[in-house]
Design a protein around this ligand. Structure first.
Ligand SMILES: Nc1ncnc2c1ncn2[C@@H]1O[C@H](COP(=O)(O)OP(=O)(O)OP(=O)(O)O)[C@@H](O)[C@H]1O
Ligand SMILES: [Mg+2]
Length: 251
């Protein structure tokens, strides 16, 4: 489904991602680990379209992605979360979902005026979809609160809910457990397992290696811009190269 082929990304003269390769099949959950500054978020941005790769190529469902802006990639089913959630604090949770819906950007004053009836039907459909997503993620009880009032963990789930409104096939999650109360991490892991059962492919960047090991069918590890390991999570985490990158004993 996704093929990242020898991708490099530079910030000026600094190479943040150096010839990285990665593949994800339909419905797979893949873990991406690596120490701080390894280049994980930069690679995410190159895949999702916030940054342009300096070299290499990326295909999604057989189509070349380079040159396509992020919203076009999202329309094709490739969506990402950000390390720091980006909700609209003054809007309610439901409103945050409605503005994230796949077709919301197609509405403007003219189409609203010309087709009020169809717009109402569409909003009703979108509200139903939002309610179902909020139930799946266990945050339906905060549906009508301003997003700014949510806890750190709830904001992460809101971010995921906004992604699900875009009907993705592959979701890139950048540190979904960061800032989440440890008691809630288990609940989030169950949610990711449920998404996998529903057929979504997931690429998860995490420092919580135990969680990543439990969720992923395969794992990659980056260090200083390069992919240094790939394979079954247990093998990858016990490999000497990875142990060394984490300076021994941390894993
Ligand atoms: N906008 C930028 N301009 C210049 N350098 C950057 C920029 N963003 C990131 N970097 C550098 O690129 C490297 C990779 O950063 P990146 O954020 O991709 O790492 P990461 O693996 O996501 O780290 P973390 O685990 O801390 O989130 C780091 O050395 C970082 O300092
Ligand atoms: Mg990062």
């Amino acid at each position: 489904m996704l093929k990242v082929n020898n991708v490099s990304v530079k910030y000026g003269v600094f190479t943040a991602v150096d010839n990285a390769c990665l593949t994800i099949a339909k419905g797979e959950t893949i873990g991406l680990a690596g120490t701080n500054g390894a280049g994980k978020s930069t690679l995410f941005a190159a895949i999702a379209g916030q940054l342009t790769a300096t070299s290499g190529n990326i295909t999604f469902k057989g189509k070349e992605l380079l040159g396509l802006p992020a919203y076009k990639r999202a329309e094709q089913g490739l969506c990402r979360s950000f390390q720091v959630p980006r909700e609209f604090g003054k809007l309610t949770v439901l409103e945050n979902l409605l503005v994230a819906a796949r077709d919301s950007h197609q509405e403007n004053m003219l189409t609203a005026w010309l087709g009020r009836r169809s717009m109402h039907q569409k909003t009703a459909r979108r509200t139903e979809q939002a309610d179902a997503i909020l139930h799946t993620l266990g945050i339906h009880h905060v549906r009508d609160l301003a997003a700014a009032q949510l806890s750190g963990g709830q904001k992460k789930l809101l971010e995921l809910a906004r992604i699900l409104m875009q009907e993705p096939e592959l979701i890139l999650l950048d540190e979904p457990f960061a800032g989440v109360n440890p008691v809630r991490i288990g609940e989030m892991m169950d949610i990711f397992r449920r998404l996998k059962e529903q057929g979504f492919a997931l690429l998860i960047v995490e420092h919580h290696l135990q969680a990543l090991k439990e969720l992923s069918s395969r794992m990659y590890v980056m260090d200083q811009g390069r992919m240094i390991a790939e394979g079954a999570p247990a093998d990858v985490l016990s490999s000497p190269t990875v142990q060394e990158a984490y300076m021994g004993g941390v894993i």
